[in-house]
Design a protein around this ligand. Structure first.
Ligand code: SF4
Length: 352
């Protein structure tokens, strides 16, 4: 049994403008000791999904299940959630300053975290805090536990956050854009810390990121989200070398390392749809160069690619490379005939 099994997760918020469908029918498993990366542009629903699983979304309409070690976290008693969060699920966010209290020393905060969940003396908790800071690579950890968050650099603060998240040996670590605010060198160091902790303690990681470079280094499996739903799900190598969804293809084409020296990167044209008024068919259709009639009216299911249960894609043309080539050529020809340099296709019968 997987450590975390998420099935048909739906999260919606009522707003003055209408209902925001932030997460739609999300399902995935996280195996013990493995890393699942959830990628997508801002607003794709990746953070809302994991925050909901951890019981951190307020005022949302939530349905589906998220079974963690046998406990369904969706709709669980707040006391159960509080116990699980921290003790069994650690969390790291992009900005450690928003999670670390500026008024208390980092040692005090780690000690409090440990003592809130474990019956240990202050001295034992303090020793553990110093040990954790040392494990995540903070020099002179015995002294530095007495420092305040502002006395650490950005990279060191993120290490402190990792130490705090790992304080109770959680089975699952949720890391939400943990390296986005860091420069490349520090980012590599922080990823190294996470990897070595995973090897040492067998922790599973859900890594939320928009950075496919980070995914390439860390992930075992990848979920690609767009407009609140999964577009493609696959093991890492499959996703990078045999991806089948046009959105994944677009993300990879806009990755600098994929362009190579002197080659132009190709951004995905347009922007994601409003989650209040989603299109009837495939949500990616307005930006997809392969779109054809059916895409505009019927949303494709997340189906297996080449009968591989580990690889799924929500695209009518997932298995049809020839169909993609034909549609791309037709859409480009139509755009040229319309005298438009915009490659964004228009639905049949709706064009200018
Ligand atoms: Fe593009 Fe159609 Fe596939 Fe959606 S279903 S990604 S619009 S080809």
């Amino acid at each position: 049994m997987a450590l975390l099994e998420v099935r048909d997760l739906e999260v919606a918020f009522n707003t003055a403008d209408g209902v925001v469908q932030a997460v739609r029918g999300l399902s995935f498993d996280v195996e013990r000791g493995s890393t699942l990366a959830i990628v997508g542009e801002s607003g794709s629903g990746k953070s809302v999904a994991t925050q909901t699983i951890a019981g951190l979304t307020r005022g949302a309409r939530v349905s589906g299940t998220a079974r963690f070690d046998g406990i369904d976290l969706i709709g669980a008693d707040p006391e159960v959630l509080r116990r699980v969060r921290g003790a069994q699920i650690g969390m790291i966010f992009q900005d450690p300053l928003s999670s670390l209290h500026p008024y208390y020393t980092v040692g005090w905060q780690i000690v409090e975290m440990i003592r809130a969940h474990r019956k240990v003396t202050k001295a034992v908790a303090q020793q553990r805090a110093a040990e954790l800071l040392s494990i995540v690579g903070i020099p002179r950890a015995e002294q530095r536990i007495h420092d305040y968050p502002h006395q650490f650099s950005g990279g060191m603060r993120q290490r402190v956050m990792i130490a705090m998240a790992m304080a109770l040996d959680p089975a699952l670590l949720i890391a939400d854009e943990p390296t986005t605010a860091l420069d490349v060198t520090v980012q590599a160091q922080v990823l190294d810390v996470m990897r070595s902790l995973q090897e040492r303690f067998g922790t599973a990681i859900i890594l939320i990121t928009h950075d496919l470079g980070v995914v390439a280094e860390m992930a075992d499996e990848v979920v690609v989200m767009y407009a609140g739903a999964v577009m493609e799900r696959a093991p890492r190598r499959t996703l990078f070398y045999r991806n089948h969804h046009p959105y994944t293809e677009g993300l990879l084409a806009s990755l600098p390392s994929q362009g190579g020296t002197g080659q132009r990167l190709t951004p995905i044209p347009g922007s994601p749809p409003s989650l209040i008024s989603l299109p009837a068919g495939c949500p990616f259709a307005p930006r997809c160069r392969y779109a054809f009639d059916r895409c505009w009216s019927v949303a494709p299911p997340l189906d297996m690619v080449h009968d591989d249960p580990a690889h799924r894609s929500a695209c009518w043309l997932a298995d049809d490379a020839q169909g993609r080539r034909d549609n791309q050529a037709r859409n480009a020809a139509e755009a040229a005939a319309a005298g438009s340099s915009d490659r964004t296709p228009t639905p049949a019968g709706v064009g200018p």
